[in-house]
Design a protein around this ligand. Structure first.
Ligand code: BV8
Ligand code: ZN
Length: 240
């Protein structure tokens, strides 16, 4: 592993443009459960049943129970060494973009600046009727549905559910960063969710060096110049 770490360090040494895609795996060591895989939280429920607008329309209380429990977890945890390593890398690289699929806000809390939250942020509520957003407040899982102070509409977590478009312009900005970067880091993602995973294809297609950090091989490993198998909280500080 150490020669792979050395290889990754060399690949990162003199680049001036870096783009990063992170997934749930980078927050696992902070104590935020991942979605898929052995400890995946989606092993006992299907994303299509919970994280979809249809599920929210059918049973908003059920969706809120899930998101409220996740928000409670996110508020209790801290960024880990993987998050802080990426914030340190950003300070060293002229052109740095971090696109995350995570909705836990941990990259921002770790000090990362140019963060594109592809799937939104669980720390914000959004009115399903008028779109008004505000900071989410922790509530018991079975509290009444949150209502918008402006129009009385039901509020939802400000996240992108399956079948929904990503926030306006966010993916385009991430795609142009992936297209111009010299090095693309893909960290802690199973690479199954689109269009996020496509960012790795865009980077590789434009000749970028792709460095993957994950516990396991993923469909994106085929694109990687080097795949470092292990925990991102241990590996990232060593390559940054
Ligand atoms: C869109 C909500 C439509 C917020 C999420 C076929 C059938 C049906 C649908 C589709 C299809 N093909 C494509 C689609 C569309 C769908 C999709 O991609 N489905 C997949 C599942 C097949 N995509 C969408 O619907 C997107 N919208 O396409 O719009 C459209 C298009 C045009 C016009 C109109 C409409 C919206 C996608 C966003 C969905 N919302 N979440 C929330 O609650 O979080 S996605 C959800 O999965 C999370 O955001 C999560 O981040 C994301 C991806 O998961 P990962 O981050 O990769 O996490 P995972 O657990 O899977 O993997 C963790 C990895 O880390 C593992 O590999 C593990 O080994 C590793 N790991 C663990 N610990 C560590 C580690 N690595 C390193 N260190 C560790 N310590
Ligand atoms: Zn409203």
């Amino acid at each position: 592993m150490s020669d792979r770490i050395e290889h990754a360090r060399r690949l990162l040494a003199d680049v001036s443009s870096v783009a990063v895609l992170t997934g749930a795996g980078i927050s696992a060591e902070s104590g935020v459960p991942v979605f898929r895989g052995p400890q995946g939280m989606w092993n006992n429920m299907r994303p299509e049943d919970i994280a979809t607008p249809e599920a929210f329309a059918r049973d908003p209380a059920m969706v809120w129970r899930w998101y409220r429990s996740r928000l409670a977890t996110v508020r209790k945890v801290e960024p880990n060494a993987g998050h802080t390593a990426l914030a340190a890398l950003e300070r060293r690289v002229k052109d740095f973009t971090l696109a995350t699929q995570n909705v836990d806000g941990l990259h921002l809390r770790a000090g990362s600046r140019n963060v594109l939250e592809l799937h939104g942020n669980i720390g914000r509520n959004r009115c399903d009727r008028c779109g008004l957003k505000h900071e989410a407040v922790p509530e018991p899982e079975d509290a009444p549905l949150p209502r918008c102070v402006e129009c009385g509409g039901i509020e939802r977590p400000d996240v992108v559910l399956f079948g929904e478009m990503l926030p306006e312009g966010i993916f385009e900005e991430a795609a142009s960063a992936a297209a111009r970067c010299q090095a693309f880091l893909v960290i802690g993602t199973s690479g199954v969710v689109q269009p996020a995973a496509m960012l790795a294809d865009i980077a590789a297609g434009n000749g970028a060096t792709v460095i993957e950090v994950n516990l396991e091989q993923t469909p994106l490993s085929l694109l990687a110049t080097v795949t470092l198998l292990g925990a991102s909280g241990e590996i990232l500080p060593r390559i940054v």
